[in-house]
Write a protein that binds this ligand. Structure first.
Ligand code: SF4
Length: 189
């Protein structure tokens, strides 16, 4: 298969998680992964972001090509609408809780938590990644967003290992949301 520049977008994932490890403020760049698919779906009614420009999609594809995936079919329930929509609602509720925690720190009700949460369960101290250069609320949002991005990356990698390389994309919240937007736009004609 001919290689295109976007096949190397997995480098962006490496850059993002690598830089966020040392300086949490890089986590803000994760908003690009929220904005771009929405802009393409709302503006053009297509899934071009998923098909080409998603760094995570390209990472999963590249790791699959390295033979790291068992290439098994996913269980039916993971493809069901109930699971996909339920996971989307849960994921965006978790994003909402990141925003809410940021607001609590901004208002002075809570103090900055310099930690990264994995799978909404395990909390890791991450103090080295924040030098105090920006307001605590900006750092709080970065810690929260990095936690969310890292958690979804771990789930995506686990799904890649167990099933087919891009199985995560079946129930990815951004993928489900942009699919709903594209379907809505198609119905509108
Ligand atoms: S479904 Fe999600 S992870 Fe997969 S390509 Fe689309 S946005 Fe990226």
């Amino acid at each position: 298969m001919k290689k295109h520049w976007y096949h190397y977008l997995w480098l962006w994932s490496l850059f993002y998680f690598g830089m966020g490890f040392f300086n949490i403020l890089f986590a803000w760049l994760g908003l690009i992964s929220f904005a771009l698919p929405l802009i393409m779906a709302i503006g053009y009614g297509n899934k071009l972001f998923c098909n080409r420009y998603c760094d995570r999609g390209q990472t999963l594809r590249a790791l699959g090509q390295l033979g790291l995936s068992r290439r098994r079919d996913m269980p039916g329930w993971m493809k069901s609408k109930a699971f996909r929509y339920g996971f989307m609602v849960f994921f965006f509720a978790m994003f909402g809780s990141v925003v809410y925690t940021t607001w609590l720190v901004y208002s002075g009700i809570e103090s900055l938590q310099q930690m990264v949460s994995l799978l909404w369960t395990f909390h890791f101290p991450w103090e080295w990644a924040y030098s105090g250069a920006v307001s605590p609320w900006a750092a709080q949002f970065a810690f929260g967003l990095y936690s969310l991005m890292l958690t979804s990356e771990v789930i995506a990698l686990g799904t890649m290992l167990l099933f087919r390389p891009r199985s995560w994309c079946v129930y990815c919240p951004m993928g489900t949301l942009t699919q709903l937007i594209c379907q809505h736009k198609m119905r509108q004609g």
